[in-house]
Design a protein around this ligand. Structure first.
Ligand code: SAM
Length: 240
């Protein structure tokens, strides 16, 4: 089970540092927006909007009459209002919230992997589409942060594309691997903290665990004098 209180706490804390550190999520937002093959919608809903990295791309690339944005962290509202002042902000867990509306486009970047039942939330968002609507999202796949998952024995969460393919009209899927490099293992932990991704677990680093982590990480995941971390973005576009 995902600890939603921890998710809220960690993402709220990372709001100020998120934009300068979330370079993979920025790349994902650019890619996701490029997959929408229509540029005019009536009602758009963005789930898990945070500081608005994807919101900026929506504003630049898509015309809409009504824009709704959701995040489990209520402080995100101020960030989104700076980009789209007329936004209707919906605070809450996307697995739980009932907006009572239907949308032409529902879009979400790097958020839905934080849901306990990803298949169910995709079904829920699909049901919130008007006919001819588009559901487009990016999440992280099963090889995401695989170096950390193996060293720290973290819980693994997957999106099962086969289940999705059986249940929905998927018009596009793509999986990527993005390797990023850091000077030392500790920089990886700081990077995750600044992007809120440390909400994965309330892992406590004592001095000796940290020393072992640094030695193991360096020994196992070094290339050309740098340590690396793998991100595994998955993009999905579904039409109704
Ligand atoms: C990695 S950030 C991605 C932010 C943004 N979409 C972007 O493009 O950079 C994930 C966001 O999803 C939000 N989030 C996580 N779980 C959520 C949930 N169950 N319901 C709504 N928002 C959630 C977090 O608060 C955080 O702002």
């Amino acid at each position: 089970m995902i600890d939603k209180t921890l998710v809220k706490k960690r993402f709220k804390k990372s709001l100020k540092t998120y934009n300068e550190n979330a370079f993979v999520q920025k790349h994902m937002a650019e890619k996701l927006i490029s997959l929408i093959n229509k540029n005019k919608f009536n009602k758009v809903l963005e789930a898990g909007c945070s500081t608005g990295i994807l919101t900026e791309k929506i504003k630049e690339n898509i015309k809409f009459e009504h824009f709704y944005a959701n995040d489990i962290v209520s402080d995100s509202k101020t960030y989104i209002e700076r980009i789209i002042p007329e936004v209707k902000f919906i605070t809450g867990d996307i697995e739980e919230v009932e907006t009572g509306e239907k949308y032409d486009l529902i879009i979400s970047n790097a958020c839905l992997q934080w849901c306990n039942d990803i298949d169910n939330v995709i079904k829920k968002l699909y049901d919130m589409l008007l006919s001819d609507g588009i559901l487009a999202f990016s999440v992280f796949g099963d090889e995401n942060l695989k170096e950390l998952v193996s060293i720290l024995n973290l819980p693994k969460r997957n999106i099962n594309l086969d289940v999705l393919k059986n249940n929905f009209d998927i018009v596009y899927t793509e999986t990527e691997k993005v390797k990023i490099y850091f000077d030392k293992p500790k920089d990886i932990l700081t990077h995750l903290k600044y992007t809120g991704a440390n909400a994965l677990t309330e892992f406590k680093f004592t001095k000796s665990i940290l020393n072992k982590f640094e030695t193991d990480y360096k020994n196992m995941y070094t290339e050309n004098g740098k340590v690396y971390l793998t991100y595994n973005p998955v993009y999905v576009v579904i039409t109704k």
